[in-house]
Design a protein around this ligand. Structure first.
Ligand SMILES: Cc1cc2nc3c(=O)[nH]c(=O)nc-3n(C[C@H](O)[C@H](O)[C@H](O)COP(=O)(O)OP(=O)(O)OC[C@H]3O[C@@H](n4cnc5c(N)ncnc54)[C@H](O)[C@@H]3O)c2cc1C
Length: 471
């Protein structure tokens, strides 16, 4: 049976609430207005969709029991972590139950011999990073939201970050998962070893499934030794096009830094003078970071990178002289998304990836779309990966038709040049109408069949990814 779930009635919710309270305890089930409002929002601007109830499981068996009860009552249920998502993935579109994994936040083990960590899904990513770094180990995926987002949300979105350029994304580090299927059945998939090819790669399928195929209740992660030397530079350019060309030139020169982060003039304006003062007159900046174990090698690599950028028109190369300076710079980078909100009343954030060879051209065309439609377009992000956060800023909801037109043109352009509509934020609610631009009908149909196989009732996180998914 492939279901089309509906918004539950008050009577059904009353009876489910009674059973959830009896199973989980009063404390773990909340229905007050402030909680419902908070769990009806995320960082996506996709709208506000309050659930009828929010539940806070403390264990895998709680999660399983919640899913079984929701299935028995025919009530939609939607998992969430920290609700820092930018595609609306955690929004309970049909109401029902929001299942917050935030109380399952323990770091269960770190093995320095196996280079493995095991954690619960509600652990904040930055907390895991600090814990492993104190043991000389390294967990590279570093979403700019690392101080708030959770590992479960990272797994669901296959989160990336600045260091993905050299080290890859979340999927590259997930070895195994404890996974609760929508039916409530608990599976263990994957392994604890570095290699292993027994059976289909279900870890690969579940990572990036955006909370629509089940929920991670335990996550086994591969770690690396912590690089002993890290050097960071800020390169300023007259324009964003110079900066984009320099990024391509650095990679073409055989240099692989761990980050090449771009900020255009609008992004710089959004954060300048807070934790960091950017060079006056910069039309764009790139944050480059190199790492390794030998001081001379790392310094030589940063010097070569600076020379390539100067050749491409860089105005200045500033190397961070202390950890405080470096942190100030990264705090500025991490502040771009919230900082842009202060420039205009509304913003819509895109997350496109384009072939790196086409990046300068694409940025030029994105800016031209903004100019033609009278809208401000900020471009920043993981330029080393070709992953651009193109943000459309606007003042009034009346501007929405032009914003919608801009988004549509940007995504068409992305697909036209061989790119993808989302590099790390996911399709969720925000981009589902655009997925057919990139993926043909047979591919969409195959994925809908997969969803129906794992979730025949369609009650888990309805109305996400596919345009006709039950809403
Ligand atoms: C300022 C800012 C900067 C950001 N920078 C980056 C960045 O650099 N890179 C990047 O990739 N993203 C970035 N993001 C987006 C966001 O932080 C990530 O998508 C993050 O992975 C979401 O984690 P979360 O815990 O907040 O999940 P939520 O937003 O709560 O949920 C996201 C999705 O995960 C599902 N989910 C949550 N927990 C589980 C679980 N245990 N099992 C299965 N599914 C689950 C939800 O149903 C939903 O579909 C940024 C966001 C902000 C606000």
């Amino acid at each position: 049976m492939s279901g089309r779930p509906a918004r539950p009635s008050p009577q059904v919710m009353e009876s489910l609430a009674r059973e959830l309270r009896a199973t989980l305890g009063e404390e773990a089930v909340r229905g007050d207005a402030a909680t419902l409002d908070a769990y009806g929002r995320d960082e996506s601007d996709a709208g506000v969709f309050p659930p009828h109830l929010v539940v806070f499981p403390g264990s895998t068996s709680d999660v399983s029991a919640i899913f079984r009860l929701c299935q028995a009552h025919g009530v939609p249920f939607t998992p969430c972590g920290a609700r820092s998502g930018k595609s609306g993935g955690s929004l309970p579109v049909l109401g029902g139950v929001a299942v917050s994994l935030e109380r399952m936040n323990r770091l269960l083990s770190i093995s320095t011999e196996d280079l493995v960590a095991v954690a619960q899904p509600g652990l904040v990513t930055g907390e895991l990073m600090k814990a492993v770094e104190s043991r000389g180990l390294f967990y590279p995926p570093d979403p700019a939201s690392l101080d708030m987002c959770t590992l479960g949300g990272n797994v669901a979105e296959n989160a990336g970050g600045p260091r993905a350029l050299k080290y890859g994304v979340t999927r590259d580090y997930v070895l195994g998962l404890e996974w609760v299927l929508p039916s409530g059945e608990v599976l263990r998939v994957g392994r604890r070893t570095i290699k292993g090819v027994a059976g289909y790669d279900l870890v690969g399928l579940f990572v990036g499934s955006e909370g629509t195929l089940g929920v991670a209740t335990e996550i086994t992660l591969q770690l690396l030794p912590l690089p002993r030397v890290v050097r960071t530079a800020l390169l300023s350019f007259p324009s964003v096009l110079h900066a984009a060309r320099a990024v391509s030139a650095v990679l073409a020169a055989g240099i692989l830094p761990r980050t090449l982060e771009l900020l255009d003039d609008v992004a710089i304006r959004a954060v300048d003078g807070r934790s960091f003062h950017f060079p006056p007159g910069a039309g764009a900046c790139v944050i480059a970071e190199v790492d390794g174990n030998v001081e001379e090698g790392v310094t030589a690599e940063l010097t070569s990178l600076g020379e390539v950028c100067l050749h491409e028109g860089a105005l200045e190369v500033l190397v961070a002289q202390s950890e405080t300076q470096r942190e100030g710079l990264w705090a500025a980078r991490r502040g771009v998304s919230p900082g842009l909100r202060a420039l205009k009343r509304h913003k819509v954030s895109d997350d496109i990836v384009v072939p790196r060879s086409r990046m300068a051209e694409v940025i030029g065309r994105l800016k031209a779309i903004g100019t033609e439609l009278g809208l401000t377009v900020a471009t920043y992000g993981h330029a080393g990966d070709g992953n651009l956060h193109a943000n459309v800023l606007y003042d009034s909801p009346d501007d929405w038709p032009r914003v919608e037109e801009a988004l549509s043109r940007m995504l068409r352009l992305t697909v036209e040049v061989g790119g993808t509509i989302t590099g790390e934020h996911g399709v969720g609610l925000s981009k589902k109408r655009f997925l057919p631009l990139e993926q043909p009908a047979p591919l969409l149909s195959l994925q809908r069949q997969l969803k129906a196989l794992f979730d025949p009732s369609g009650l888990l996180n309805p109305a996400k990814i596919f345009d006709d998914a039950g809403c």
